[in-house]
Design a protein around this ligand. Structure first.
Ligand SMILES: Cc1ncc(COP(=O)(O)O)c(C=O)c1O
Length: 350
């Protein structure tokens, strides 16, 4: 494995990136929870990636996406998401760090108060991002993104006429370039595990737009690793989801000039822990969020990581994860949602 890790590092090292985050992020053993559940659980702390105090998984993707943006001479970055998008907020931090102008088209699923914003929308405002908040009218995120295309095009044309060069990052940074960040992350995890002399049987994480998953499976191919990746679906799925993930993963491998290919059967996207909808908390998610906070002093977020963690806990309870196994849960960030509109957090104390 040692040699493969070194080779994978070298292969990924050939691709240009800008240094934005604090890496490697810690791999932290959850001592008390592991003892209680009879499974050794490690948390990969990508909530601590930086750039700001409020990190998350998108910083890894942005290191590659922003390098590409700079390479093509961009000075203005467009991106998309919900009003409380973690991806959008992290993109703004990256723009500010690099001196670029951030333009956000955000879909308002929860009726945000623009005069009195909370959570990520507040942070976006503090950083002075150009924010276009669009009503959702009850459609899902993918449909909403399609509907704003015309407005985006008009705004881009105006900016171009002013001499600006615009670069678009898709929702969640989910494309082949962004996924490279998580192929590198997979190699980083292999290095972490090697350092502490552990093998992980399972890796759990929340999958949304699918860029994180695409990068992880591509990284796993690169290393020929045997860890089972289980991806808990937390929304933004829809038709053709797995095909899109495979497409991004293979796009990342192609950028790395590698012959390996990811197939749909390499993915294990698990439903059943999403609850009633995106930005709608689930009871099991709220319990998982409280459990980790009470036992380890670490916060999950209600939209992504708490739902995914509840899936992992359920698998432990049901024996889908055997006692004595070693499991890594990838903490992808998002805790700013704790301070967003209260309906995102829901009845946390019940
Ligand atoms: C906190 C958090 N966890 C997980 C995800 C899912 O990552 P991805 O969109 O790459 O599937 C996201 C973003 O969508 C997120 O903000």
């Amino acid at each position: 494995m040692n040699k493969r890790i070194e080779e994978a590092r070298a292969i990924i090292g050939n691709i240009k990136k800008v240094k934005l985050g604090f890496f490697p992020t810690p791999l932290q053993r959850l001592d008390r929870l592991s003892e209680r559940l009879g499974v050794e659980i490690y948390l990969k702390r990508d909530d601590l990636t930086g750039i700001s105090q409020f990190g998350g998984n998108k910083i890894r993707k942005l290191e590659y996406l922003m390098a590409h943006a700079l390479q093509v001479g961009a000075d203005t970055i467009f991106t998309y998401g919900a009003s409380q998008s973690n991806h959008a907020m992290q993109t703004v931090t990256a723009c500010r760090r690099l001196g670029l102008h951030p333009v956000l088209y955000l879909t308002d699923l929860i009726g945000s108060d623009q005069e009195n914003p909370y959570g990520n929308l507040l942070l976006d405002r503090i950083m002075g991002a150009e924010i276009h908040l669009e009503p959702s009218d009850g459609v899902d995120m993918m449909v909403a993104e399609e509907r704003i295309r015309e407005k985006v095009k008009m705004r881009m044309d105006t900016l171009k006429a002013e001499g600006r060069t615009c670069y678009e990052i898709p929702m969640g940074g989910a494309n082949a370039i962004g996924s490279l960040g998580f192929s590198e992350a997979y190699v980083e995890l292999a290095e972490d595990l090697q350092r502490i002399g552990k093998k992980a049987q399972y890796l759990y994480h929340a999958t949304g737009t699918g860029g994180t998953l695409a990068g992880l499976v591509a990284g796993k191919k690169l290393l020929q690793s045997e860890t089972l990746i289980r991806s808990i679906g937390v929304g933004i799925g829809g038709e053709g989801y797995e095909q899109r993930v495979v497409h991004h993963a293979n796009g990342a491998l192609a950028l790395l000039n590698r012959p390996e290919r990811v197939l749909q059967e390499d993915l294990a996207v698990i439903g059943g822990y999403y609850g009633e909808g995106y930005e709608v908390p689930s009871r099991e998610g709220s319990r998982a969020l409280r459990l980790l906070a009470e036992m380890e002093g670490i916060f999950l977020d209600p939209v992504y990581t708490a739902k995914a963690f509840s899936g992992m806990l359920d698998h432990i309870r049901k024996g889908v994860i055997e006692k004595g196994s070693t499991v890594v849960f990838w903490h992808t960030g998002g805790a700013t949602a704790l301070f967003a509109e209260r309906k995102i957090l829901g009845e946390i104390f019940r």
